[in-house]
Structures are given as structure tokens and as C-alpha cells.
Design a protein. Structure first.
Length: 234
């Protein structure tokens, strides 16, 4: 999908009949500036690129493509580090879409790092802050239609569970503990990556108090990088 084609398209969210038209002809990918879109959109795209890289490491571990020497625990620990950092990046990206309101509410926001607390803070300011995964239904009547994905993606509840479980692995176990050392991740690492990918492959986010949405394509056909498109409601 080329940029000059994209700016002529109208997007319709099928469950809410929200029509959007792209207003920026320069999508922001990693390292690229934007002349009309906010600079925070570039930050968002950078976060998405980093999520792709880190979940790629987890996939390589889960498939056996990446061999980690040492104890059998080491590949699990490495995977958990990458998963937790991926969740942190999703949370930080959500802050970028609402940075003005978030910074006004939390003066020390630049020091915030706990992803679970970030989500709770964001939900207080803007309940609809979380990414909405969509699938592309193609062109119809001169508009491109997308439809929200209903399941199989990383929900906010999944986010918190995975964050807590991966955080447990981040710390050395106290040798005096007598409870089980087994941590139930609910899903395999490969399945967690698929859920993250389903959430982010094509999604939109709605900044608070804004008539615009940010439509995000994780792998744009033009260059394979994440692109963020700013669109206005009709």
C-alpha cells in the first residue's frame, strides 16, 4: 500500500461506523520525522518497531531457532525479559498518544516505568486508551473498511497476567521459599507472541479528547516498517 494511495482512502470501523480519512501524507516509521503529525507519533512507531524485534527473539527461542547456552532456565528467563519489555513498550506507546493529558496529571511521568501502573493511570484518564486490533476488509465504494478483531489478541487482562508472570522470572528465587517453583504462564511463549501480534498487526488508538485516531500498520508494504497514519473523523 503506497502512501499516496493511503491518503485518498476513507476508513470505516464496522462496529461503530466511524469514518476516517488520512490527513498526513508522510507516515512516521522508525527514525522518521513528521511535518504535520505530532512528534509523539514517531515515538509510537519506534516503540512498535522495538516490540517487533523483541517478540521476534521470543519466537526464535520458542521454535528452537535461537539456542541459549547454560541452564535450561536461561532461555525461559531471556524470553521473559523480552516479553516484559514488549509489554512496557506497548504501555509507553499508549502514553505517547495521550502525553499532554498524562503529563498534566503526573508531573513526574518521565520517570514512570511500571507498565501495569501505567495502564491503570491511563485508564483513569482515558478508558479507551488501549489499542484496538482490526482486520482489513479491503476496498468498497471508494473506502477501505476495517473490522475490529474480537478474540485471539492480547487483552488488558492478558497484559497484566503476562506482566506479572514474566516479572516473577526476572528475580532470583529465594532459596528459603517452600512453595512451588513452577510458574503457570497459561499459554506457551509462542502463543503469547501470536496474541501480541494479533493485537498490533493493524490497530488503531484513540487519543483522549481528540477527533482523530492513529491507525497503525506494523509492517507496511512500502518498507516493512511500522507506519502511523493520523486520520480525522468525518
Amino acid at each position: 500500500m503506497k502512501t499516496d494511495q493511503f491518503e485518498k482512502l476513507s476508513y470505516t470501523m464496522s462496529d461503530s461506523q466511524l469514518g476516517c480519512r488520512a490527513t498526513n501524507s508522510n507516515p512516521c516509521n522508525q527514525g522518521a520525522g513528521m511535518s504535520t503529525a505530532p512528534a509523539t507519533a514517531t515515538m509510537y512507531a519506534n516503540c512498535m518497531e522495538e516490540v517487533k524485534r523483541r517478540t521476534g527473539i521470543v519466537s526464535a527461542i520458542a521454535s528452537g531457532q535461537l539456542q541459549v547456552p547454560g541452564s535450561d532456565d536461561y532461555p525461559i528467563e531471556l524470553a521473559c525479559v523480552q516479553l516484559r519489555k514488549s509489554l512496557e513498550l506497548i504501555a509507553f506507546a499508549s502514553v505517547t498518544t495521550n502525553s499532554e493529558k498524562y503529563s498534566a496529571a503526573y508531573a513526574d511521568f518521565a520517570q514512570h516505568w511500571n507498565a501495569k501502573r501505567l495502564l491503570k493511570n491511563l485508564a483513569k484518564l482515558h478508558p479507551a486508551f488501549y489499542p484496538v486490533p482490526v482486520k482489513d476488509l479491503g476496498m468498497k465504494d471508494g473506502s477501505r473498511h476495517v473490522e475490529p478483531i474480537k478474540d485471539g489478541y492480547l487483552t488488558q487482562e492478558d497484559f497484566i497476567l503476562l506482566y506479572d508472570r514474566s516479572s516473577e522470572v526476572m528475580h532470583a528465587r529465594n532459596p528459603f521459599r517452600t512453595d512451588s517453583a513452577i510458574i503457570d504462564f497459561k499459554h506457551s511463549f509462542g502463543d503469547w507472541v501470536k496474541r501480541i501480534q494479533t493485537l498490533l498487526n493493524i490497530h488503531y488508538v484513540q487519543p483522549v479528547d481528540s477527533k482523530s485516531i492513529w491507525l497503525v500498520i506494523m509492517t507496511d508494504p512500502s518498507d516493512g516498517n511500522p507506519h502511523v497514519f493520523i486520520a480525522d473523523r468525518k
